[in-house]
Design a protein around this ligand. Sequence first.
Ligand code: COA
Length: 314
Amino acid sequence: MQNLKGLRIVGTGHYVPDNVVTNDDLSKIVDTNDEWITSRTGIKRRHHVIAEKNQDMAIAAAKMALENAGIDKSELGVCICATVRADNLTPSMACMVQKILELPNNIPCFDINAACSGFMYGVQAARGMLLQSDKKYGLVIGSETLSKVLDMTDRSTCILFGDGAGAAVIELTDDNRFFSVLGSKGDDVVLNIPNHNGERYVNMLGSDVFKFAVSTVPKTMFELLDMAELTADDIDLFVCHQANMRIIESVAKKCKQNLDKFYINLHEYGNTSSASIPIALSELNEKGMLKPGMKIICVGFGGGLTWGGAYIEW
Ligand code: COA
């Protein structure tokens, strides 16, 4: 059993399908246009699966994260996959990652559903499990095929979401401080994806989700800053859930921070739900933009309603 309080991310990975769907492509299907989508959301493109299963993306992202971490797989103590739409009711996506990547057989592997906050929930859940384990590392994945649950005749939702997967290998440590805030407020009206009576599409009260996000994300950030005894000015990088550019702009304003401290890739991928934060971290890592000692705040929000954030030191 470990007695370490901090956490660090030692490896990252991501995968997005090759198939790109542009705003112009969508304007041929529904009554919309590039100007409307760009100005209201910031999204220009998203990637949708054609042949890939959700688990294929999760496995690809996890493989990249493990290679990036360069760890011995036998030292993994847990594998968690966050998703709202696993390929099977059972086995879980995490168990399929375990099988295909030949992770150790004696560790817990399971999926969680906290919608777009799922990766943040996964990191904290993995941390809790590692504290009870004598293994060093945890693998946390966010992987989503939301294109499968989009009503492509509903212009208010089909423009927003994309598919993809991101993953991180975490390690408990005392050198890198870590704080986490998770919350939920049960609500099936503002945002839902039903799975009964033949219903299976995203339903959303867009402006209510917007209001929820622009109040919850800064609140979560300020709670994390209090825990870390820091101010927003001390933070090097903010990685928010990539749902809407206007939400991120509002958050930056409320935190009195320049927008260039916020990583943004939603123009390329749209909202990839639980995958959005780990995809962003993996891209940042790949581009060499994460330096040792950097102070990072990540915050997600979404269906449930849920929210989750973490203060991380790179
Ligand atoms: N193209 C063109 N017009 C569209 C459109 C589209 N894709 N989608 C909606 N519209 C129209 C609406 O029908 C409405 O027309 P009307 O005034 O004639 O009724 C008008 O645009 C304004 O719609 P509204 O919903 O008020 O727009 P908005 O400025 O609130 O933007 C969202 C809509 C969805 C972009 C915005 O509310 C949002 O991003 N919310 C958060 C959603 C989110 O992040 N969800 C995931 C959370 S994890």
